[in-house]
Structure formats: C-alpha cells, structure tokens
Design a protein around this ligand. Sequence first.
Ligand code: ARG
Length: 588
Amino acid sequence: MKKIVELLQEELSAAFVKAGYDEKYAKVTASNRPDLCQYQCNGALAAAKEYHKAPIQMANEVVDILKDSESFKDITAQMPGFINMSVSDEFLAGYINEMAKSDKFGCEEPEKKETIVIDYGGANVAKPLHVGHLRSAVIGESIKRTARYMGHEVIGDVHLGDWGLQIGLIITELSKRKPELVYFDDKYEGEYPKEAPFTMSDLEEIYPYASGYSKEHPEYKEEAQQATAELQAGRRGYLALWQHIINVSVEDLKKIYTSLNVEFDLWKKESDAQPYIPDMVQEMKDGGYAHIDDGALVVDVKEETDTKEIPPCMILKSNGATLYNTTDLATLVERRKLFDPTKVIYVVDKRQSLYFEQVFRCARKTKIVKEDTDLIFVGFGTMNGKDGKPFKTRDGGVLRLEQLLKDVNEQVLDKMKDRDMDEQTMQDAASKIGLAAIKYGDLSNQASKDYVFDVDRFTSFEGNTGPYILYTIVRIKSLLAKVKELGISISEDKGIAPADNKSETDVMLSLSKWSETVTAAYEEQAPHKICQYIYELSDVFNKFYHENKIVTNEDEAVRESYIKLSSFVGKVLEQAIDLLGLEAPERM
Ligand code: ARG
C-alpha cells in the first residue's frame, strides 16, 4: 500500500505536468506547521529558477487544477509559493479502511528479501549478566522483530563469550580450592562426570573473586592465562570443565533472557568459530593480505581518507594465540558458510566502534565477506544513573539484571496496591508493566545516546513511558469488553466512517503513518521511531477517548464507527509493542 504522501505526490505530479511544469517539483512532505495544514509541497519555490516565474503564480496554477479533487479538504497556495494541503475526511477514512484490511496495515513485502544475522545479547558465560548487557538484548530484540515483520529472513544470534580469560580464571581458582578434582589429573583417561562440580551461585562467587585476586597477583593471572591457553589448545580436563561452565551458565542465561522477552534463534558461542581459524589465517597469508609485524600476524586496514589513525588488525599474537577479533572474523566465515547473509548487524556498546571498524575493514579486504554484504554496527550508549555516571547499585557495585527486574517489579506492585485484582492478575500485570518500563525507557531514546535510568519516571503511568502505552491498550481492551458485555453488534461490511471531529481526524492521521514508521525503524535500525509513533498515537487516541462518547454514543452509526476505530488503534498498538518486545496485560 502506498503512503499518503506518495498518493498525494502522484496527484500533484499530474497537476504540475498539466500546468506545464516538471513533475520533479511535486514532492509532498508532512507539514512542518500541523496547525496550518497536514501536508505541504514547496516545489514551486524551487521551480522558479527553471521557469523564471513567481513561485506563487505557479503554486496557484497547480492549486487551481486540484481544487475540485476529492482527495483534499483544503488546498491553498501561500506566499511566497507553498502549497498547503489537508486531505478530505473521505480520503483519510478510505485510507484507514484499506490499512485495516491489509495484512500488515499497509506495510508491503520487501522487493528484495534479505538474509540478516543479528549479533546481540553478547553475554559472557560464567559472568553474571549485568545491566551493561541489557541494552544489547533490548535493542537487538526490537531490531530483529522489526526486520522479521518487514518480511526478511532473520537469524538472531546471542554470540556468547566463552573463549576468554574468564574461563582460565575459574579453572585456576577451582584448581586451588579443589585440587583433587579429576579434571586436574593429567593421567586420567576415563569419562568425566556428567554433573558439574559447581552451581551457578558458586560461579557467581568464584568469578569475581578470581578476577579481583588476579588483578593484585600477577603470578595468579599468569596461571589463569596459561590455563586459558591450555584450554584453547585442547587439554581434555579443561575442556570438560569449560563444557560444565557453559551448561550451567546457559541454563541461567536462558531464564533471564526469557524473563526479558528476548528470544534467540541461535545460541552460538565464540568457541564455535575456532575451527574456522586455521584455514582463514592460511587464506589471509596466501592472499598476501597479512604480514608479520614484530612477530605478530597483522592486516593493515588504514585507508587514505582516514582522518584518525586506524591501527592494523592483529590476527595472531607473536605466541600464536588468537584474539577477540580473530574470533569475530572467523565467526563471519562461519556465518557465510551457514547462512550466506546479505546483512550482519552487531548491536554492541559504542565503545567498541573502532574495534568493529577494524574488523569490518579487515573482513572486506581479505574477502571473508562478499562485496555486497552489509556489515552494520549499531553502537549503543551507556545506561547512566541519576548522577549521570554509569548505573551502579547503591553500594557502587555492578547491579545484576535479575535484581533490577525484581526492584522495578516491586515498584510497580507498590503503585498498584489498591487495585481490586486477584493476586495472579496483579503479578502478571506487574511483570509486564515493569518490563515495559525498563525496555521502553531504553528504546525510546536514540540507541547511540547515553540515557539516564530513572525508575520513577519510567514506571509512571503518564507521559512518554511504557506503562502509559500499555495503559492505552488496556483502556481499549476494556472498551471492547464493554461492547461485548452490552451486546452491541458490530457489522462486518461497513468500515470506519469519515471523521466528524478534529480529535478523530488526528487519530486517523497518526495511524496512517504506520508503514513509513516501521520502514524507517527497520532501515535505520531505530526502534525509537516506533516509540515516537506509539506515543503520538496513544496521545491522540486518549484525547479522542476523552472528547467523544464511544460506547455510549446515541447515534448508532457513529458509535459503531468509533468502536471500529478504537479497535483498530488497539490492534496497531499491540503490533507495535510486539516489535518492541513488550506485551500488554488484560488489566492494570
Ligand atoms: N561478549 C562481548 C562483551 O561482553 C560482546 C560481544 C559482541 N559481539 C561480537 N560479535 N563481538 O563485550
């Protein structure tokens, strides 16, 4: 389905041509003065140069041709040469009815279906998931859902960090605490126990302890590095421990991601890319891309147009060890083999942007990815506390995500304590509202910006917040429940009637922007555009709701049309929050 601006543009193009002017001047945009008109065309101003005429004269000629068109309620030429337009109520209602009938509210299937891998989440096994990982999960999930809704083939990969020093640290610490474990016995050749010698809460204690200890004791750190190297070289006992660490952590991570309403299609890990490294390195050497520098194998990635220094990409250290970027490059090899993606999107802290610039350049230069594969880095800013510094617990520690969810939940429950609801309905509502508070608070900001995590504001039922959006949906649900309860019958054949007041027109205008909003959110990886849309739609809907009798309207035809419009707003809002990874409760 075409966008309204496109439909208007077609009409204007014909009129420009009829008046003797090039259709390229007929560009229509949403008005930047919504108090004066809904849409505008400034083309006559630009055409003045070519035709040596006063813009107002040309604008008047075009307006003259269109003044009887049924599409417009109002079309006028304004000094010095603007064309201001507002669409007719019939045109707008016709458009909304078309939208309501179409599968995706007017969003068309893409001309070219992309295969997109989204790398997000990025948790590290053995380390508890903290708020730093929250943004990647929340933003990535929305980007994934939006791309899928647009009709693309999308694969979301959590890309767990499981191949680094954290594993060596845990192995080292375990070897001190439980040296008798069979995993440390070099001579042991039998099978290792199925049961892990630790639980998730053990790991939560062991890792921070070992990490802290290694910072003060260089010899301990060396031991951990040695253990990491031995693991990577394939030492059996260490591999078995590593597998236990993964099993225990992944089970825990799955629970937390599920409670965040974040679902991965793939649970791949850094280690899965390791088998691709030897061939990849060989090809880099054979292709003449990599050279030895100070013992290390590197690929130069600087370009002439660089304004800042872009260091070479190191592939192997002088001791032959691989690095974070070696893994990322090998992961690209793996993804090409498995999925042949046309796009790979990384949702990672923006402090890694230089790093990804190096990786992308290296991948292109060494032809790991095809020329037309898009590599996209979506770098997000920091989640800060009210003091403007990175979000911490009251005692200054890193807050666990689970704790954050719990805290917010409690805050919401507190707000709802005098509601007349049974316990289960209340808990269900609180968890959905709490999640909406956190996720919407994040998603409504442009991803690249830092933002302040303000629980009081985010959990408010008013203003630009997740709970406010849910509240609007719940309001519509209860309105529809009332319709059912009163036995009001709604005909199938009649659509939504042309608006009979301004607040209703505003609802329709706002609704009509769905496909352009979702398209932009997809193309720019910008979930905040969906948030803007639903906030505006909720706002105009609530105004309409307050200013008009809906269920109790005496005029049956008007009542029916208002109910249909409300129901459609509800559908669109529910679809929109699904793209953000949220759900609405039945009541709140
Ligand atoms: N595990 C990494 C971290 O915690 C994030 C991984 C991002 N993705 C990637 N392909 N490098 O910083």
